[in-house]
Write a protein that binds this ligand. Structure first.
Ligand code: IMP
Ligand code: MG
Length: 178
């Protein structure tokens, strides 16, 4: 059984794009001391690489939410597993996500964070699957727009596996359609 159909985005292409995003965000947030909110666990590797190249003072916090069970479809209900440890009122917040699929997770998360009165709130996502969107929500910074396929690697999982792969790969349907 072949677990992966193909490598969708190589390690080199990810590194190049992430660096571009860091430079763009550094310019946009110069002297604003932004707070990066890493959404665990999927965006942990992306966030680390992104922040390595941020050259303006910034802060980091973590949040764990889900709208997924163990499968590949969004449930539409936001479950907060770990909340932020800092107050975001008056702060310039950048939510760092691994992927926007249906948009349910981010739509609910954005509303929750906005209710806490940040000075501004923007979304940075590594991957975007626009074909699958059911909510009217888009990222302010996007690494790559990808087709409607289930991908793993560089932080993204299927049932908690494959997060440590260095690149983004398309998972074979035979892995999850049993
Ligand atoms: P949404 O609520 O449908 O936008 O789903 C967002 C979350 O679903 C992401 O943060 C991922 O954890 C997960 N997800 C969606 N598509 C994929 C995928 O292709 N591979 C791995 N995880 C995915
Ligand atoms: Mg996940």
């Amino acid at each position: 059984m072949n677990e992966f159909d193909k490598i969708l985005i190589s390690q080199e292409d990810i590194a190049k794009r992430v660096k571009e995003l860091s430079q763009q965000i550094s310019r946009d947030y110069k002297d604003l001391n932004p707070l990066f909110v890493c959404i665990l666990k999927g965006s942990v590797i992306f966030t680390a690489d992104l922040l390595r190249n941020i050259d303006t003072p910034a802060q980091i916090d973590f949040m764990s939410v889900s709208s997924y069970g163990s499968g590949t479809e969004s449930s539409g209900v936001l479950n907060i597993k770990k909340d932020l440890s800092v107050d975001i009122e008056g702060k310039h917040v950048i939510v760092v996500e691994d992927i926007i699929d249906s948009g349910n997770t981010l739509f609910n998360l954005k509303n929750l964070l906005l209710s806490r009165n940040p000075a501004s709130l923007k979304i940075c996502t590594l991957l975007d699957k626009p074909e699958r969107r059911v909510q009217d929500i888009n990222a302010d910074y996007t690494g790559f727009s990808i087709p409607d396929e289930f991908v793993v690697g560089y932080g993204l999982d299927y049932n908690e596996n494959y997060r440590t792969l260095p690149d983004v790969r398309v998972l074979s349907r035979c892995v999850y359609e049993k």
